[in-house]
Design a protein around this ligand. Structure first.
Ligand code: ACO
Length: 149
């Protein structure tokens, strides 16, 4: 259950200001304009079976938490589906109110409804305990290569 006054819904173009502000607790967002944000939502809307972007709003209707589920449509496991959770952020002053846990619960439910047989995410070691509280378990090593120089 969300605390009183908070709501969870799909991300909308009008969320631009508080969405970008919230994401800054996670990483560098850079210079993203309202138009670029709206265009990105337009790309997501073209693939409604792949992109599931959600926000939690406070009583003032400002975004205070973000999260996205990507549904990968595979060939293996009889054209099975795998969920990928990305860009989880809770604004600093709202952390510790179970908003992150609620967001992960909702994205995991959507993945189940979409027929995903598993859900994956990458996180820093300091966040492992948070995801364990959300029911996730350590699944080994994550590898990466940085392709922009
Ligand atoms: N270490 C240990 N336990 C934690 C941590 C942590 N870093 N964060 C939360 N918890 C615990 C809480 O104490 C709580 O435990 P309880 O049920 O025993 O009371 C439980 O996890 C749920 O915590 P929430 O209140 O739901 O956590 P919050 O809303 O603060 O969100 C989050 C946690 C998302 C990690 C937030 O601190 C945040 O946005 N951090 C900065 C950005 C970030 O690192 N995002 C995750 C990136 S990984 C990805 O996107 C896939």
């Amino acid at each position: 259950m969300l605390p009183p006054g908070y709501t969870l819904r799909e991300t909308q173009a009008g969320d631009y200001d508080s969405f970008v502000r919230t994401l800054r607790v996670l990483t560098t967002v850079g210079n993203v304009t309202a138009l670029q944000f709206a265009q990105q939502l337009g790309v997501w809307a073209l693939h409604p079976d792949i992109y599931f972007s959600r926000v939690i709003l406070n009583a003032e209707n400002n975004v205070v938490a973000t999260g996205t589920l990507l549904v990968e449509h595979k060939v293996i496991h009889e054209c099975g589906r795998v969920g990928h959770i990305e860009d989880i952020a809770v604004s600093e002053q709202e952390q510790g109110r179970k908003l992150g846990q609620h967001m992960i619960g909702e994205l995991t439910r959507i993945a189940q409804q979409q027929g995903c047989y598993k859900v994956l995410l990458d996180c820093a070691p300091k966040n492992v305990a948070f995801y364990e509280k959300c029911g996730y378990k350590d699944a080994g090593v994550s590898m990466r290569i940085d392709t922009m120089h």
